[in-house]
Design a binder for this molecule. Structure first.
Ligand code: SAM
Ligand code: SF4
Length: 327
């Protein structure tokens, strides 16, 4: 059985947010602030997450990314990854802030994790610590080293650039990719910030980032799959590392989207920017059968939005912020 929408897109990728908790308090992601935490019983339990994973796999999901909040703060994440691996997920990855990665790397790999994305919004210690409101720069760099020295290499390093905050670091990040052999990915800032400070002027367009790096170190494009969000480049001089540009605002890639999202509180979302979410937790807790769940999920996915409409004149940002939309 496969999942598809009314535009004929097959849905093969699921992002699962396993917690709303976080050990960082990034300025643009205030939904992770402790005062906004949900009660424990609002968050899906491991048995609920296991059951949903089985159902989604039976519907043709092949790629799973674990996210949060910060996924490494939830006790039992390695065991969950091992169960997903045993269920036969072909491509199992995680997005983390990297703070707990050095100490957990080996366990994660043993559980079946094969790919990792680590968020790093600045290479400048003071700026990084200001953005994340932590003292964790050295720990995160240690997490990146651990990943690079393991079979998770090459790690993907994700930076969200915000004009006037870290857009002066484009070349430094590209240099970091060359030195460390990581895949350095630049993500355009999206209107998902808790503070509603987003405006178009804060977005650093992918074309500008490409131009700046290319002027310093010429880039060659690498072919990518249609549903992939990143345009990928290697360095023409043969240096290690790779550059990825993710341009949801200036070059939307919705036409080939193959993703859906499950939030920590059990809502199914068909787009980061969905106006509605669909309550799988309620169905689970009301005793729905697997068949009922499948029918409901198929009907929700059928209605997946054609695109995100960030650039439409009447665009309204979603009321849920990043942590509760399964970033
Ligand atoms: N805690 C983990 C981390 O920081 O990697 C996983 C969850 S976090 C919400 C996932 C990613 O979303 C991070 O890379 C973060 O930078 C990104 N993000 C958060 N708010 C964003 C926004 N408004 N626009 C673009 N990316 C955003
Ligand atoms: Fe935590 Fe990630 Fe949000 Fe930062 S972006 S507060 S690390 S969930």
């Amino acid at each position: 059985m496969i999942l598809h929408d009314k535009f004929g897109r097959q849905i093969t990728d699921l992002r699962i947010s396993i917690t709303d908790r976080c050990n960082f308090r990034c300025v643009y992601c205030r939904s992770a602030d402790p005062e906004n935490y949900r009660d424990h019983d609002e968050i899906l339990s491991w048995p609920e997450l296991d059951r949903l994973a089985r159902i989604f796999l039976s519907l043709g999901i092949r790629k799973v990314r674990i996210t949060g909040g910060e996924p490494l703060v939830r006790e039992g994440v390695e065991e969950y990854i091992a169960r997903l691996h045993a269920l036969g997920v072909e491509d199992l990855s995680m997005t983390t802030n990297g703070h707990l990665l050095a100490e957990r790397c080996e366990r994660l790999i043993k559980s079946g994790l094969r790919r990792i994305n680590i968020s790093l919004d600045s290479l400048d210690r003071a700026k990084f610590e200001k953005i994340t409101r932590t003292k964790s720069f050295a720990t995160v760099m240690g997490g990146i080293d651990a990943a690079q020295n393991s079979r998770l290499a090459p790690a993907k390093i994700n930076a969200v650039l915000v004009r006037g905050i870290n857009d002066d670091e484009v070349e430094a990040f590209a240099g970091f990719a060359r030195e460390r052999g990581v895949i350095m990915r630049f993500i355009e800032f999206m209107p998902l910030d808790a503070d509603r400070q987003w405006n178009r002027g804060l977005v650093v367009p992918a074309a500008e980032i490409h131009g700046r790096i290319h002027a310093r170190w010429p880039l060659l494009q690498i072919p990518h799959e249609r549903s992939e969000t990143a345009r990928k480049y290697r360095f023409a001089d043969g240096a290690p590392g790779e550059i990825g540009l993710i341009a949801p605002v200036t070059q939307p890639f919705c036409g080939h989207c193959s993703r859906i999202r499950l939030t920590a509180d059990g809502k199914l979302r068909t787009c980061l920017f969905s106006k509605e979410d669909h309550d799988l937790r309620a169905l689970l807790r009301e005793g729905a059968s697997d068949e009922d769940m499948v029918t409901y999920i198929r009907s929700v996915v059928m209605e997946k939005e054609e695109g995100h409409r960030i650039n439409a004149p009447d665009f309204v940002p979603p009321s849920r912020t990043m942590v509760f939309i399964g970033g």
